[in-house]
Write a protein that binds this ligand. Structure first.
Ligand SMILES: Nc1ncnc2c1ncn2[C@@H]1O[C@H](COP(=O)(O)OP(=O)(O)OP(=O)(O)O)[C@@H](O)[C@H]1O
Ligand SMILES: [Mg+2]
Length: 272
């Protein structure tokens, strides 16, 4: 399978503290790949390191071309879209103004059609100031901003955080449709959403990769493993029936040389 983003030996620090330690993984050129892990393990920092928003070393290649030496604006221009954890909409500007500001160049009519079909509510609210939108509507604006541009990959950080279940569902549908047009690296704590959207998954622990799998579903179906890696059960009650699969397959493996010391004792136990 071809890969759009490859990360090797990525390290990053914030204010003298190492928050990303020797991370390596690849993002396939299609579909959704989940980036998982408990709170504070470095998921957001990994996305920021890829974008050059925090000081980093290591190799990052986008479609085979090194981008790790480039400043953030060039990385964005090359087509790495970012939907940050806290949405960051301009609260005093209207929905339409937020979208205009985010556009790099004139969006194609296909892009505009995609965004309008995904978020009809935003079309209706084009003249509403973004600060008066609900959290879910602001998340739609944040996603719409990224989707208006011709991106080669999207880095999306916890898009369903703090949203009501119905809105989580709407955001999931939007991401699912968007993923048919652009590969997505998705940080997500809601495992029902992960189960629905993600093909593969990478799990971080202590700033390192502790687990990788080509089948996020197989990971989530293994309750013991999910608990040891993520601290919560992998069962998803409203995700519909899982397709039949062979347990323990799907290309899953503990991170090897990349992160020998990252798995906790419980993780090591789970791997046996
Ligand atoms: N601005 C900052 N200054 C100092 N330390 C920071 C800063 N931002 C993050 N950190 C630390 O870096 C580590 C990784 O944080 P990060 O936000 O990347 O984790 P995360 O996996 O995204 O967590 P969460 O699930 O809570 O979003 C944590 O120990 C955090 O306390
Ligand atoms: Mg985070």
């Amino acid at each position: 399978m071809s890969e759009i983003l490859q990360i090797e030996g990525l390290r990053a620090h914030i204010g003298g503290q190492q928050v990303v330690e020797d991370i390596a993984f690849a993002v396939p050129a299609t579909g959704v790949t989940a980036l998982l892990g408990r709170n504070g393990v470095g998921k957001t920092s990994t996305l920021k390191a890829v974008l050059g928003l925090i000081s980093r070393t290591g190799h990052v290649t986008l479609a085979g071309e090194r981008i790790d030496g480039e400043p953030t604006h060039r990385i964005v221009q090359r087509g790495v879209g970012y939907v940050p954890e806290d949405r960051d909409v301009f609260s005093k500007l209207t929905v339409a103004e937020n979208l205009q500001l985010a556009s790099r160049g004139r969006p194609s009519s296909e892009r505009r059609d995609l965004v309008e079909s995904l978020f009809p509510d935003l079309v209706r609210r084009a003249q509403q100031t973004a600060g008066t939108l609900s959290g879910g509507q602001q998340q739609m604006v944040a996603l719409a901003r990224a989707l208006l541009n011709e991106n080669r990959v999207l880095l999306v950080d916890e898009p369903t955080k703090g949203l009501a279940p119905k809105v989580v569902q709407e955001v999931s549908v939007a991401l699912e449709t968007a993923a048919q047009t652009v590969p997505i690296l998705l940080v997500e704590q809601n495992l029902t959403v992960v189960r629905r959207l993600a093909a593969g998954a990478i799990v971080l622990s202590g700033g390192r990769v502790s687990y990788r799998t080509e089948s996020a579903r197989a990971l989530l179906d293994d309750d013991h493993l999910t608990r040891s890696l993520l601290g919560v059960g992998g069962e998803a009650h409203d995700a519909g029936p899982a397709p039949s699969r062979a347990k323990g397959t799907g290309g899953a493996h503990r991170a090897g040389g990349n992160a020998p010391s990252s798995a906790s004792a419980a993780d090591q136990e789970a791997a046996r």
